[in-house]
Design a protein around this ligand. Sequence first.
Ligand code: PA5
Length: 490
Amino acid sequence: MRQIKFDFNNMFSFNIGRKHGVAESDLDKMSGIISKAHNHLKSILQHKRNRINLQLEWQTLPWQNKKTLFHIQKLGNQIAQQFENVILLGIGGSYLGLKAAQDALCPAYYNEFPLLRKDRPRIYFEGNNLDPQTLNPLLKNLNPKKTFVIVISKSGETAETRAAFAVVESWLKKTAAKFYGRQILAITDPESGTLRKKVQQEQRRDPLSFRNLPLLKGVGGRFSEFNIGLLHLAIIGVKLEDVLSGAQAMAKRCSSPLLFKNPAYMYAALQTILYKQKGKSIAILMPFSESLKPTADWYCQLLAESTGKKYSRRIKVSPLGLEEWEMDTKHIVNVGRTPIASRGTNDLHSLQQNNIEGENNKTITFIRVENFKNDITVCGRADFLSGKQYSKLLCLALDATEWALVRESRPNCTIIMPQVNGFHWGELIFFFEMATAFEGELLNINAFDQPGVESYKNYIYYKLHKPGLSAQVVREIKRNPLVKKREFII
Ligand code: PA5
């Protein structure tokens, strides 16, 4: 079986010069910190309690219990046979991986044409915004009797998902009446949280309602596609085994301590050198494939929430080898590369001008797909494009983009994907997860929390009088109101 490859030639000084490129001696200088990071990750992963407490249990997801997978695959097939539409409600880590899988692994225009869907349900993603423009028209046009709803929220508290679920639930109730809950499935924390409580209540009323799947402990939202995303994959007809065996293959490669054998470590090390030593603080991910654009969106969340941190990490180790990570509040670092999701060739007609001639403060990661399931040959004979295959033109456009960037000393690298299918997509997702975890180690921050997203949430909760806010949070919001001078709004 062929595997994903990582081509990092254009990150090096022999191609883009010493001012903007990495030299092998830079990697040599980092060898100490790289092996320290490797040994640290390895030692945490050996302890289940460490993995769970520190949110690293996602590393075990490629190897899941076969019975569980069989159950999910079967459940997905049942839902697919019974319903014409599935609405998935969730945001952030409870949405982006599923949307990425949808576009990568289903044909374009899947929802529009039953032949493309192979008679599987249409899929709609909602609850990922508070914009009122989308949910209403959707519900007005779907038949509730033919629609299944999957609500995904670890906490059950997230405003976007919670609000959308309330609306969709009441829409279902109107037609399906007493048994409406049989058309709902919840993916949530196995024990706690508002959504779990709701599941328990509803099941007391009707034991066949609110079927549910647990979110595994120790897996944060953005690392959870191989957990929360499985039912969605099963509904759209993807073999779970294919995706997970791709993830396994990548996980094996990413367990090597040797940089030149471990694509995720190499990716993280090169990006970190270019970030810390050459000021490349912007990370553009540009798949040359329309179907992988949502995968780039997913990566934006992964990188931004994992590495965008104010404080560095302080590690405490118990005599049993259990670790606790704390924010070192005396040590403000404000680190993290800023991710941008892009796509070729579309963005060659927009972002590329800045990539080539704007500030040299970014790295660009391409994803090159070697084989497409469908290809088109341009018709006619007279034109320079005549008789050329789209896939070849796309490939040429990527060669040309690399060349143009190298001419201007712009660091770039390429992930080479033999084909966009379940196996290679599984590899790709695990590659990015591992690279991000390793980048977090190299920066010495906690890559598995997201304290920065709490403050806006707290502000919303305060304004909406949500019970349970701490006195300290309330005091902070009261003392620091937003200042809006009228003369500053023109
Ligand atoms: O990565 C994360 O943890 C977040 O993006 C969450 O997934 C997101 O905020 C949604 O949270 P929840 O699943 O609790 O609704």
